[in-house]
Design a protein. Structure first.
Length: 279
């Protein structure tokens, strides 16, 4: 036997790797992201073309809410827009997308929203202006009322129509240092009560007084301003104004002067606010 017959047999196994492998499947994730982005893009283009300006605003409010729960959906109104018959009881009552403050079964069944529209806001501004005009017109019935109108300033704010009553030099609304109203204040409150009955808005009353010229250990400014506001509330209610429409009575002491001089009589004033939220 030759020496070559006893040599060991060596078997080599060669692993062949294809040059075009799937690279672990990472491309599938990238492709899925691309398809998702394209779908979102085409959906956006479709929504811009198929929706109204009001619906687009609802979609924008949904993704950028100004209140905890937004009532407006992107697709439409009513039950198919995400509302329910209990929405008036569970949703916030203020702001964009809010439900109406005084819901009815008819409005709930129709799924109507309580959002403010431009027409609603314009109507509110018109109503406030009408009340202010009626107040000034009602004062033209007598010469006494014309004198009383010198004590009145009106202005419309975000809160509502503010009717401000203030002292004039030598013609105060209250007896000095007390909450006893003068006859001119009694006439003014009766006039205001009759005008405020033209609408259904709630009312807030605030009392302000001027700063005192001396420092007192027991300064009555807080109590006096509150007592004067309460006195006006009583005068208004005695003139026939419904007491349930008075929402708050507040005393502000001398903290919000209207005149630059904190001791000027102009700072003795009362504010009767016709609140905007019930228009």
């Amino acid at each position: 036997m030759s020496a070559g017959t006893n040599a060991p047999i060596i078997i080599k196994r060669k692993k062949v790797v294809a040059g075009d492998g799937h690279h672990g499947g990472a491309w599938k994730v990238a492709y899925a992201d691309f398809v998702t982005a394209m779908m979102a893009f085409f959906m956006l283009m479709w929504l811009l073309n198929a929706t109204t300006e009001k619906q687009r605003k609802g979609i924008a409010d949904y993704f950028n809410p100004t209140i905890p729960v937004n009532r407006i959906s992107g697709g439409g109104e009513g039950s198919f827009g995400g509302e329910s018959v209990f929405s008036e009881q569970v949703l916030p009552q203020n702001g964009i997308g809010a439900s109406t403050r005084r819901p009815t079964e008819q409005r709930q069944s129709r799924g109507e929203t309580g959002t403010d529209t431009a027409a609603d806001r314009e109507h509110a501004e018109t109503s406030m202006s009408d009340v202010a005009s009626a107040l000034m017109a009602r004062g033209g019935e007598s010469m006494v009322s014309q004198q009383a109108l010198r004590h009145i300033v009106t202005r419309v704010t975000d809160e509502g129509l503010i009717v401000e009553l203030f002292d004039l030099d030598g013609v105060p609304l209250f007896e000095e240092g007390t909450d006893t109203p003068t006859p001119i204040l009694t006439e003014l409150t009766a006039m205001i009560a009759s005008v405020f009955e033209l609408v259904e808005n709630d009312v807030a009353i605030g009392g302000h007084i001027r700063a005192l010229p001396i420092v007192l250990a027991d300064n009555p400014r807080w109590d006096l301003s509150t007592q004067r506001a309460q006195a006006v509330r009583l005068l208004v209610e005695q003139s026939g104004f419904p007491s349930q429409r008075v929402q708050r009575v507040t005393g502000f002491a001398d903290r919000k002067p209207m005149a630059r001089d904190p001791m000027a009589p102009r700072n003795n004033r009362l504010e009767l606010i016709l609140l905007r939220d019930r228009l």
